[in-house]
Design a protein around this ligand. Structure first.
Ligand code: AMP
Ligand code: MG
Length: 358
């Protein structure tokens, strides 16, 4: 059966799986390799960044990415999926060209994320698993953000502040799961910054531009500070920041938005450290690139004799290495999935995952 995938690539059904024909080009079938010295291919593409990487126990071997940049407005799931479908052959081929096709397993972001984007990535991962005859691993994207941070920072059981576009959570591992101690009640901090940025005429993504603008601020403008128990909310704060542009400069509002939102995150992270009795905090997610957020978290940790950890920012944003590394941890515990069980999970929560590798 032949039909059209988003964009123009022709796809085939093989063993009930939809495979873009372009992904089959140049691939040869290799026998299943022994499980020592494993190299894992990871593919990420839950939203804006399509990224592939090959890693082994020693480190990241090859990386490639292509990010979707909307011409105007925010991220559109269908447009992002079309970008991913158009670029996935190139991105995966670049890492395979660098490392060779001798890989032990293919891991992919199973969720959470935009359904159309997740389906492009899952389809490619299934195709590679079948073609190379290697195990398929469905990775929870949020947990991958945590695991790459733990790996690169060498930190064992931290409280984690995970701040990205769609997600904002405070988590820690306990009894076989990452437990969520606090989370956003509405939008993620990254989405809040990006929404405000678009309103103020800054091109997506707004987060980094707001950070620059904030450096030239002169005054703090009071904005709503919304922490409820261990949860936080950014929607009303974003609306109030938009309204504040009527009477304050863009620089002042950017600064005030950051200070208010980040103080909320710092408060909840600190309370989690205190309640759980931990003295290590790990920052992850794309918003972690913000220097002011790092400064505020570091200050809080110093005040309570805790240690603050943040990996290089290229591993805090969405990236294929985090999927490959979590795939390696899961492969070591036999947590592979069949094609039949590989449906994407747009609302996949980190506390749904049995963490067998800790
Ligand atoms: P992720 O989904 O984890 O890749 O994170 C993407 C989010 O990170 C977007 O909402 C960006 O606006 C945000 N972001 C990236 N760099 C910064 C920065 N320097 N300050 C604040 N937010 C940022
Ligand atoms: Mg992410």
């Amino acid at each position: 059966m032949v039909f059209f995938w988003p964009s123009t690539a022709i796809v085939f059904h093989v063993a009930g799986v939809v495979i873009p024909s372009s992904n089959l080009k140049n691939l040869k079938i290799v026998p299943m390799r022994p499980q020592k010295d494993k190299s894992i291919l990871g593919i990420e593409g839950t939203a804006w960044n399509l990224s592939a990487a090959i890693i082994n126990e020693a480190g990241v071997i090859a990386e490639a990415e292509s990010s979707y940049q909307p011409l105007k407005g925010g991220l559109h799931p269908r447009m992002a999926a079309q970008h991913h479908a158009a670029k996935i052959e190139d991105v995966v081929s670049r890492v395979l060209d660098k490392h060779g096709t001798d890989i032990s397993a293919v891991a992919f972001s199973q969720g959470p994320g935009f359904g159309p984007c997740l389906r492009v990535v899952a389809t490619a991962a299934r195709a590679l698993s079948l073609t190379f005859n290697i195990p398929l691993i469905g990775v929870n994207h949020c947990i991958a953000h945590i695991e790459i941070g733990r790996w690169l920072c060498g930190v064992d059981g931290p409280v984690v502040l995970y701040v990205s576009g769609a997600n904002s959570q405070v988590l820690s591992y306990r009894d076989g799961r990452y437990r969520i101690f606090g989370e956003t009640l509405d939008i993620g901090i990254g989405n809040a910054l990006d929404k405000f940025g678009r309103h103020a005429g800054l091109q997506h993504p707004g987060g980094p531009k707001i950070e620059q603008m904030a450096k030239n601020a002169k005054n703090y403008v009071p904005l709503p500070y919304v922490v409820k128990g261990m949860d936080f909310s950014f929607s009303g704060l974003t609306t109030a920041a938009k309204d504040a542009l009527a009477y304050a400069s863009l620089e002042d509002v950017c600064y005030s938005l950051q200070e208010t939102a980040f103080a909320m995150l710092v408060e909840v992270a600190e309370r989690a450290l205190a309640h759980i009795g931990k003295d290590e905090l790990l920052l992850t997610g794309g918003v972690g690139a913000n220097q002011r957020l790092c400064e505020m978290l570091n200050m809080m940790c110093q005040d309570r004799d805790a240690s603050f950890f943040a990996p290089d920012k290229k591993f805090m944003k969405d990236n294929g290495a985090m999927i490959a590394y979590t795939g390696l941890l899961m492969l070591n515990k036999g947590a592979t999935i069949s094609i039949e069980d590989s449906a994407v999970r747009p609302n996949y929560r980190p506390d749904d995952v049995d963490v067998t590798w800790i």
